[in-house]
Ligand binder design. Sequence first.
Ligand SMILES: C[S@@+](CC[C@H](N)C(=O)[O-])C[C@H]1O[C@@H](n2cnc3c(N)ncnc32)[C@H](O)[C@@H]1O
Length: 257
Amino acid sequence: MATKDFGAIETDYAFFMSNATEAKSDVEEYARQLNGFAEGRELIHLLDFGCGTGEFSRQLLETLAWPKESLYLTLFEPVDHQQEIAARRLCRFSDHAIASLGEASFDQRPTFDVIVSNHVLYYAENLTQTIEQLLERLHAEGRMLLAMAGHENALIKLWKVGFDLLNQPIPFYIAEDVAAVLADHNVSVSTSPSHYQLRFPDSEENRWKILRFLFDDYLRQMPREQLLREFDQYVQDDHIEINTFSDHFVVQLNPAT
Ligand SMILES: C[S@@+](CC[C@H](N)C(=O)[O-])C[C@H]1O[C@@H](n2cnc3c(N)ncnc32)[C@H](O)[C@@H]1O
C-alpha cells in the first residue's frame, strides 16, 4: 500500500489533533481497557508503534499514572525528528532510558507487555506482515491496543470521495482490513467504538488543512472545489462539526495448543 510522510503534513495533523476530541476518547478507551493492568506487575514494557510527536502517549501515560520505576518505553516513528520530540516529551514517565525499535537495547527486550499503535496501521506497507511482526513482540500475557477508523467513519468517507474522484481505491488500510488480518491469526480480539468530535471554525483555509492531512500529495490531482464542498454537510453556524467514531481492537495471544 501507499506510504505517507507525516513530516510533510505535520502542521495539518496538529490542526486536526487540536480541534478533535479523538485523542481524548482514545485515551479514555485505552485506560478503560488497561484498568488494573499494572497491579502485581513489577515491570511493564510498552511499545508505541507510530508514536508521532508523542502527544497522544503523553495524554495516555498521564492518565494511566503507572509507577516510573516500573515503566520501560520503546518508540517507533518513521519521521526521525518527531521521534526525538516524542522521546523528550515522554521521558518524564519512566526512570529508564527510552529505547527505539532497531536499537540494541530494543533487541535485548524481545517482548512487550503493552503495544499501542494509535491510528497508524492505515499506513503500513504490508499490513499482514506488520501485524505479524507486532504479534511476535507481544508478551504471552500482553495486550496490543490498536485504534483504526473504518468505512463508517466520516474521514474515511472523505477518503472514499477523494479517491473515487481519481478512479482509484483508497490506497491505505482501514479498520475492516485490520479485523480481517487479526481473524486469520491465533489471537483473541475484542472491539469497541470510540466516539469523537472534530470541530473547527469554518473557513476554506481550515477545510483545506483537513484535506491536506487526509490526502497529502494526492490533493494536487483532485478537484479542489468539489472536495471543499464535502464539508457543507457538516456546517453548524460558523463551524464545521463532525461527530464520528473509530474502532478499538484489544488483542491478546491465545495459548499455544
Ligand atoms: C495519524 S498519525 C498517529 C500518531 C500517534 N500515534 C497519535 O496517535 O497521535 C500516524 C503516525 O504513523 C506514522 N507512520 C506512518 N507510516 C508508518 C509505518 N509504516 N510504520 C509505523 N508508523 C508509521 C506516521 O509517521 C505518524 O506519526
